[in-house]
Ligand binder design. Structure first.
Ligand SMILES: [Zn+2]
Length: 66
């Protein structure tokens, strides 16, 4: 296992811990329960989160991504 493999494993482990945290909170991991995505710049409009269809719920995120 090279250092790149170790790094991607570390990232994956971190992401899985994040997903578990969001599952406990019941919030969508992609928009952090807001229901919309955070704009990249002040000129971009926030749009409805496609992962949870704007509900911000983990259960809706899981239906799309789980
Ligand atoms: Zn969402």
């Amino acid at each position: 296992m090279g250092w790149i493999d170790s790094f991607s494993y570390w990232k994956m482990e971190r992401y899985e811990k994040y997903l578990m945290t969001m599952q406990n909170l019941g919030e969508c991991p992609d928009c952090k329960g807001k229901g919309f995505t955070i704009p990249y710049s002040v000129y971009a409009a926030a749009y409805e989160c496609p992962s949870c269809n704007g509900s911000g719920l983990y259960s809706d995120w899981f239906e799309v991504n789980g």
